[in-house]
Design a protein around this ligand. Structure first.
Ligand SMILES: C[S@@+](CC[C@H](N)C(=O)[O-])C[C@H]1O[C@@H](n2cnc3c(N)ncnc32)[C@H](O)[C@@H]1O
Length: 239
């Protein structure tokens, strides 16, 4: 017998053309139970009922698979929080290498636990302010792909994420209905970080119908050394 979570996840993903097999349904179940348990200690997410967690967290994360092939890629999830979209993508694309990152220690500890319990290989969690990560020798211009959901307005997010990408890499910014407006505000941030908009993909979430946008951005040249600016500056004074 499938739980409500499994039912919404399996059917919701299928509506998008993504098949979640039995083995992966089990992994999502373990992840969900860890999320609910952790949420009793502090507010990790406001979405914990099975239907909404399945659609708004798991299926929503998987929408990135509609626009990008993650297998074998080096991926970073910036501001991953409780692991979205990175952990669902990792469950479904086991051959990718992923670095999940957040600035908050208890979120980093939670993601570490999820990776351990789900026995996910080629996945690691690091605690960083995105601005500091983008300046570190180890991570700057080292990823094929960066993903990020619900972290900052696009003009700020570009300064967080583009420095992490190799030239030619792709940034997938998961946004709500205001994506078009955010793009209009981001001309300077795109130009200064060496990026351009490649495509805007609009998706309706299965079951709930909520509108989502994935902005696909390409890095077309190296990011000048002055970006990202010091931690806190990009959000205070967006480009
Ligand atoms: C609203 S939560 C979204 C979490 C997750 N991406 C999701 O969609 O459920 C925003 C997350 O971004 C992290 N964050 C915000 N600014 C950041 C920064 N400058 N560097 C790293 N993480 C940041 C926060 O700690 C928080 O976990």
């Amino acid at each position: 017998m499938h739980s409500e979570l499994e039912m919404y996840l399996e059917n919701g993903a299928r509506e998008l053309g993504i098949e979640v097999d039995e083995k992966n349904l089990k992994l999502f179940n373990i992840y969900y139970n860890l999320l609910v348990e952790e949420n009793k200690k502090y507010n990790l997410t406001s979405i914990v009922d099975q239907k909404h967690a399945a659609i708004k967290h798991f299926v929503d994360s998987l929408t990135c698979m509609l626009v990008y092939n993650f297998e074998e890629k080096n991926v970073a999830d910036v501001g991953s929080g409780a692991g979205f979209p990175g952990i669902p993508l990792k469950i479904m694309c086991p051959e990718m290498n992923i670095v999940l990152t957040d600035s908050v220690q208890k979120k980093v500890c939670f993601m570490d636990r999820v990776i351990l319990e789900l026995k996910l290989k080629k996945a690691r969690v690091v605690q960083f302010r995105a601005e500091d990560m983008g300046r570190s020798g180890e991570y700057r211009e080292s990823f094929d792909t960066v993903v990020s959901r619900a972290v900052a307005p696009l003009n700020v997010l570009l300064e967080y994420c583009i420095p992490l990408l190799k030239v030619g890499g792709s940034f997938l910014a998961m946004k709500g209905p205001a994506a078009g407006e955010e793009i209009k505000q981001s001309g300077a941030a795109l130009k200064n970080t060496g990026a351009e908009i490649y495509e805007l993909k609009t998706i309706n979430l299965p079951v709930l119908g909520d509108l989502r946008n994935i902005i696909i951005i390409k890095k077309i040249g190296p990011t000048p050394g002055e970006y990202p600016r010091r931690a806190g500056i990009p959000s205070k004074k967006p480009l």
